[in-house]
Design a protein around this ligand. Structure first.
Ligand SMILES: *Cc1c(COP(=O)(O)O)cnc(C)c1O
Length: 394
């Protein structure tokens, strides 16, 4: 097996028929066929690449070839966003009367699929505390078909014990699906622990440059074929140019991730002893309650950390305003550092109680980019110093 950097540069060669060094962009909605037989075959070939772009496109196939090899799966496919990867999958894998287990600490869109969309379609759901493997077992019913995990989770960086979830799921013939967006296949490969399907918001680290919305799914061809069938109907097609940009971004994933990891760890270590900070959530810290599990499952801990301020809501918001490099933005995973105060962002979407339940009010999610470590640390410490000084003088 070649190394990760070799994979991201060369794994798509077989599905890249031209002699151009950089793959061409197949900016076409449809492809022509030589004869009726080829045409008929194209119409039913799962994840094909030259029938009609909603069915597949060479630029999709190139991304899929790299993702499958990185995630160590038989196959992969691309979608128009991370959410499209999730919704297309659940629509393909569960039906009215079925039950799905998810996590309490999870990406907001995933929570909404579990709390709103699925119940409306007659699928019952249970959200569990992912830090307790027993909670998954307790939530299991005879109608459970799917378990959705996300580790580390957004925005609390909680870890799910993948082995424990897989053991439970296999014993009961339940499919498992992991959101690997935060870890990336460089830091964690869920299928190595027995997870069936892996999905990403490729908008984040896989693309890495904050200029594309995309999703990917990786897993056994047979399951992906079922999801592809539904994807034809939902039409969550990634545009060829966006697929090309995503491939281009992925070429340097193995170069970017170690820097994100180093920056995340340095910021977490430095800020955890700062007097303005109550607590830093980062799985790479020895003080993280699940650090041992994180070390067991991951080879690096990513660029995202949760910083909880002593001063609560106001201080968290003030800290964002004092940062020089990280900009206030809902995204993460790009070369530029971004930060968000979830409680301010969600204030308009949730009631006071829902807000207090879903996230600590003084939490900032900082997504370290690939800037120089010393610059990011000095900036964050200066911003934390400034909010402390302000609190002392008012
Ligand atoms: C952003 C994100 C998603 C959703 O992906 P989109 O590409 O925005 O649709 C899902 N999971 C996690 C962990 C994310 O950060």
């Amino acid at each position: 097996m070649p190394g990760k950097s070799t994979i991201t540069v060369h794994a798509d060669r077989e599905v890249h028929p031209s002699r151009a060094v950089a793959p061409p962009i197949y900016q076409t909605a449809a492809f022509s066929a030589e004869d009726a037989e080829t045409f008929a075959h194209g119409a039913v070939e799962p994840r094909g690449k030259d029938f009609y772009t909603r069915f597949g496109n060479p630029n999709h196939a190139q991304v899929a070839a790299v993702v499958a090899e990185l995630e160590n799966t038989e196959a992969a496919m691309v979608t128009a966003s991370g959410m499209a990867a999730l919704t297309t999958s659940v629509l393909a894998l569960v039906s009215a009367g079925d039950h799905v287990i998810g996590q309490r600490s999870t990406y907001g869109g995933t929570a909404s699929v579990l709390l709103n969309l699925l119940p409306r379609l007659g699928v019952t759901t249970t959200l569990v505390d992912q830090t307790d493997p027993e909670a998954f077992a307790k939530a299991l019913t005879p109608r459970t078909r799917l378990i959705l995990v996300e580790t580390p989770s957004n925005p609390l960086l909680q870890i799910t014990d993948l082995r424990a979830v897989v053991e439970l799921a296999r014993a009961h013939d339940v499919l498992t699906m992991a959101d690997n967006t935060f870890a990336t296949p460089l830091n964690q490969r869920p299928v190595d622990f027995g997870i069936d399907l892996v999905w990403h918001s490729a908008t984040k680290y896989l693309n890495g440059h904050s200029d594309v919305s995309a999703g990917v799914l990786a897993g056994p061809a047979e399951i992906l074929d079922r999801i592809w069938d539904v994807g034809l109907l939902t039409g969550a097609t990634l545009g060829p140019i966006d697929a090309w940009l995503l491939l281009r971004g992925m070429r340097t994933l193995p170069l970017r991730v170690p820097r994100h990891n180093a920056n995340g760890l340095a910021l977490a270590e430095e800020l955890s002893s700062h007097p303005a900070v109550a607590k830093v959530h980062y799985p790479g810290l020895a003080t993280h309650p699940q650090h041992k599990l994180a070390v067991d499952q991951m080879t690096g801990f990513g660029g995202v950390l949760g910083i909880e301020f002593v001063g609560g809501f106001e201080t968290a918001d003030a800290f964002l305003g004092k940062l020089r490099y990280p900009r206030r933005s809902a995204s993460l995973g790009g070369v530029e550092s971004l930060a968000v105060h979830p409680a301010s962002m969600w204030r308009g979407m949730l009631s006071e109680e829902q807000l207090a339940e879903s996230v600590p009010l003084g939490l900032v999610r900082l997504a370290a980019g690939t800037e120089d470590t010393a610059d990011l640390v000095a900036d964050a410490v200066a911003a934390a110093d400034a909010v402390l000084t302000e609190a002392a003088t008012t």
